[in-house]
Design a protein around this ligand. Structure first.
Ligand code: 5CA
Length: 440
């Protein structure tokens, strides 16, 4: 993408409404704009990151055997009356009337709707287990929408739902999601720690929140330091085997959010192992047995032909919130530092003198070859000052920068900069391509 043709409205000044660094940087980098309180438009750069995050979430759900579908954002109030949650949900639920004065709502979550799909279509225990998910916008009329996409009113969530014949089956589903979540967040360069958590309006008695440690996090958390630097991705996961040992290895050390904090257990840890911090909840998984299947009559015929009420769980990831969490975890004074796996572009090319023939020709050659090799490139071919170009490139945080000036261009040399470390190297064009094209 040539920057001259792109839409990247960067801000030089810090927007006054943004209290935390991720919100500030997302506005400054031209990723989002507020449409109304807690509701955002996603501009091209932000939308690219959102799509990449969504894709990682999708790949890990698919790998765990979860099937993607898509339910609507608007739901019928009657459905929620059936489960008994219509009144309970209170003011957080956005209630709407259609032209026939039928009561509708903008879904804050989908337990009810998925359960009715299940009960209409699945009749026998032989069709179980089933794990279904979608990635869809939600609306919660939060009392205090704040911190940009971190606590929005409209936000993108991945929510999965499991259906099993009994509690043991539901536990297997829970464990699959537990392990899939560890992998999902690790692939985005995040250290997310599963912690015992309160179940809130979703309900049930088993739940874990996945927490990214950050000073600006809204939750107070307590955990054993041993959980912080664990390697997650080096081993392949076979979702067909019993995952309980992996889950146990994560849940044995102490980790809880403040609502579930057990001071006695925490204080029993050696002082050097105690970590009391703040964190961002990027995922939350629940087992709630028959809380929804009972009132909504989601039953299948069991092996003896008698009806059995299915056991369920639900599993959420804050897809749009993850952008904020990643930026909180990965930035410096100059701007965002995107982990390679979620960066909006892999490489930024800075042409320091686009009206110089040698510069322009080397840049377009480089641009063409990188793109031919499947790399995503943002090519700054604008007539801006060098200082402004460097500042923008640092602000938007692409993992690699290639700087091309007239002197280097004459000799076929470019400067390669790794955004994360700031390390710079003058290299010949072919050597740069070698670094920038994996297995190239
Ligand atoms: N039905 C269940 C699981 S699918 C559920 O709704 N869980 S939840 O309430 O915990 O939400 C799932 C995830 O959505 C949270 O872990 C959080 O990462 C994200 N989330 C919740 N509220 C907001 C919000 N206001 N803004 C941005 N993300 C949010």
């Amino acid at each position: 993408m040539r920057l001259s043709r792109y839409f990247l409205p960067v801000l030089k000044e810090n927007p006054s409404e943004a209290q935390i660094v991720s919100h500030r940087l997302m506005l400054r980098a031209g990723m989002i704009r507020q449409a109304s309180s807690g509701i955002y438009s996603w501009l091209p750069l932000g939308f690219r990151v959102l799509k990449r995050i969504e894709q990682i979430v999708r790949e890990e759900q698919d790998a765990a055997g979860c099937l993607e579908l898509l339910m609507p954002t608007i739901q019928s109030a009657d459905l929620w009356r059936e489960s008994g949650r219509y009144e309970d949900y209170g003011k957080e639920m956005l209630r709407i009337q259609d032209r026939h004065e039928r009561e509708m709502l903008y879904g804050p979550t989908n337990e009810e709707l998925i359960t009715t799909i299940f009960r209409s279509e699945v009749k026998s225990y032989k069709e179980l287990p089933k794990l279904l998910y979608h990635i869809q916008w939600k609306f919660r009329d939060e009392v205090r929408p704040r911190f940009g996409v971190m606590r929005g009113r409209e936000f993108l969530m991945k929510d999965s739902y499991s259906f099993d014949i009994d509690q043991a089956g539901a536990r297997r589903a829970y464990n699959k999601m537990f392990v899939a979540y560890l992998r999902t967040f690790a692939r985005m360069g995040l250290k997310a720690i599963p912690m015992q958590a309160d179940t809130g309006p979703i309900g049930g008695d088993l739940s874990h929140e996945f927490i990214v440690l950050a000073e600006t996090g809204e939750s107070g958390v307590f955990c054993d330091k041993a959980l912080v630097d664990r390697d997650v991705l080096s081993q392949e996961v076979d979702y067909d085997v019993d995952l309980q040992p992996i889950v146990d290895s994560w849940t044995a050390p102490y980790a809880a959010t403040d609502e579930k904090h057990d001071a006695a257990r925490f204080d029993a840890l050696p002082a050097g192992q105690q970590l009391s911090a703040r964190g961002i909840e990027v995922g939350h998984i629940f087992y709630f047995g028959t809380k929804y299947s009972e009132p909504l009559k989601a039953q299948v015929a069991g092996p003896d032909g008698n009806p059995v009420t299915v056991h369920m769980g639900s599993y959420g990831i804050g897809v749009s919130r993850l952008l904020g969490a990643i930026i909180e975890a990965s930035h410096d004074d100059a701007g965002i530092i995107w982990p390679d796996a979620v960066a909006p572009f892999d490489i930024g090319i800075i042409d320091l003198k686009p009206d110089d023939a040698a510069c322009a020709s080397l840049c377009s050659d480089l641009y063409g070859r990188l793109r031919a090799a499947g790399r995503e490139v943002l090519y700054d071919d604008t007539a801006d000052r060098a200082g402004a170009k460097f500042a923008t490139m640092d602000l938007i945080g692409l993992p690699w920068q290639v700087v091309v000036g007239p002197r280097g261009a004459k000799n076929g040399v470019v400067e390669l900069k790794r955004r994360a470390t700031g390390e710079k190297q003058e290299v010949a064009l072919d050597a740069a391509l070698g670094r920038l094209i994996p297995n190239g």
